[in-house]
Write a protein that binds this ligand. Structure first.
Ligand SMILES: [Co+2]
Length: 446
């Protein structure tokens, strides 16, 4: 999810204690898993096994004779299509694949083998496990999506393909109160077309259909216990956009390469811009320079908070802010054939509660009750109108707008360059670990 210059990116967002507490709701599953595979424990596993356990224990010898020998429940070993198998079953004991680990350079080279830094890394094992699980879910869902996405599908269908996949793979459908805070969507699935760069997702009743000629930015987040993986790619069916996509992919990888402990974000922006703007693209007979969109940035990610306090510009700047050990960054770059500048346009779909708001006395009862729904289900995680719809909320717009006017909830409108232009995006989440930089969302695809 893109951060905007300067306001969004520079807000000092804090994690609320209640959000933290809610996120730690996963209980260990009962021991005595019949298949003995010691699968990752969470609430849903407990539910799945409850029936089987009681049949095995309570039903004991008496009933056993009457029944046909029950087949042993086996853990699936492969993902289905569409993806519906929890990744915690595919990777028992939390043994999720690592991201791409990159050693630090120069004066930070010592860290890879340093005893103290390795110790610090080991103390973060829950953090790493949650992050790797979320990243694996992102990879599996996006790779399925890339396989099936076709012109003629509605944006709503595509968004639901992704969101249903993410929720199933976390094992949390997010319908029971507080469930979406344990794991699920880290922010709404953005499907921004052509001149729109970010923060578009269909609201209820949207009939937009993906066209053969479209350039679609797919930007979605997966979180496990508030650890958000923010990663995005661009889909195009026509080869005329190849150079645009290539420019942005290389610019993002340049940013990832430059990132590291003590790296200055302004310099990283310069390298990103240089890479991006070394490309041009010919579309329908006209040649365009590819420009970095100068008022969009990458950003730090905090627990349950998608936009942290640091920004990573994608143009050269004097920003001397340094990356530090322990930071989590979303490195995202946007290229455009237009002005290289976005402004708010079209209907809002994305919202998030501000984490730094003081208590406000709300007079509107619909705003009060909606805020309670937001607190219980999303905390400070971004959500969209469709997520309120699926919780059964109705006629909430007045209340929602009131929360926005009172500064409690922030609206994130779609961000678009000039009409007729094309924009592309690639994004990865990276962990600035004590010993190495881990590109947690890296896959074979990008
Ligand atoms: Co982002």
């Amino acid at each position: 999810m893109a951060a905007q210059v300067p306001t969004d990116a520079l807000k000092g967002l804090q994690v609320t204690e209640s959000a933290k507490a809610n996120g730690k709701g996963a209980k260990p599953a009962p021991n005595g898993d019949e298949d003995g595979l010691g699968e990752e424990s969470d609430d849903d596993d407990a539910d799945d096994n409850a029936a089987a356990d009681s049949a095995a224990a309570g039903g004991a010898a008496k009933k056993k004779k009457k029944r046909k020998p029950r087949k042993k429940k086996k853990n699936p070993t492969a993902q289905t299509e569409p993806p519906r198998v929890k990744v915690s079953q595919l990777f028992p004991n939390g043994s999720y694949p690592k991201g791409e680990e990159v050693e630090y350079k120069d004066e930070n080279r010592y860290r890879t083998t340093n005893e103290e830094k390795r110790h610090l890394d080991n103390m973060n094992s829950d953090f790493l496990t949650d992050y790797r699980e979320a990243a694996e879910i992102h990879r599996q869902v996006r790779q399925y999506t890339k396989k099936v996405v076709k012109p003629g599908q509605t944006l709503t269908e595509i968004a639901e393909t992704i969101e249903d996949g993410v929720r199933a793979l976390t094992g949390h459908d997010g319908l029971a109160e507080g469930d979406a805070l344990k794991a699920g969507m880290g922010f709404p699935c953005g499907l921004s077309l052509n001149h729109c760069a970010a923060h578009y997702t269909p609201n209820a009743g949207n009939k937009m259909v993906l066209q053969q000629d479209d350039v679609m930015k797919v930007d979605f987040g997966v979180h496990v216990n508030g650890r958000i993986v923010d990663s995005a790619f661009t889909v195009a069916f026509e080869h005329k956009y190849d150079n645009l996509l290539q420019a942005v992919k290389e610019a993002t990888n340049a940013g990832i390469r430059e990132a590291g402990i003590d790296a200055r974000v302004g310099e990283i922006g310069g390298v990103i811009q240089e890479t991006m703007e070394s490309f041009e693209v010919e579309i329908d007979g006209a040649t365009y320079p590819v420009k970095s969109i100068r008022n969009l940035t990458g950003h730090t990610i905090l627990p349950y908070s998608i936009h942290g306090t640091k920004a990573v510009p994608i143009v050269k700047s004097n920003d001397q802010t340094k990356m530090e050990e322990g930071d989590v960054f979303a490195i995202e770059t946007f290229g455009s054939t237009g002005n290289g500048y976005v402004r708010d346009d079209m209907e809002v779909s994305h919202y998030a509660k501000n984490s730094d708001v003081q208590h406000v006395d709300l007079r509107l009862s619909s705003a009060k009750s909606l805020l309670s729904v937001i607190n219980k289900n999303f905390g400070t995680l971004p959500f969209c109108r469709r997520y309120l719809d699926r919780l059964g909320q109705e006629k909430y717009l007045l209340g929602l707008n009131n929360l926005v006017q009172n500064g409690i909830v922030e609206a994130y409108p779609p961000l678009c360059d000039k009409k007729g232009s094309y924009t592309a995006q690639f994004e990865h989440t990276i962990l600035i670990r004590p010993t190495v930089k881990e590109v947690i969302s890296r896959g074979d695809d990008y």
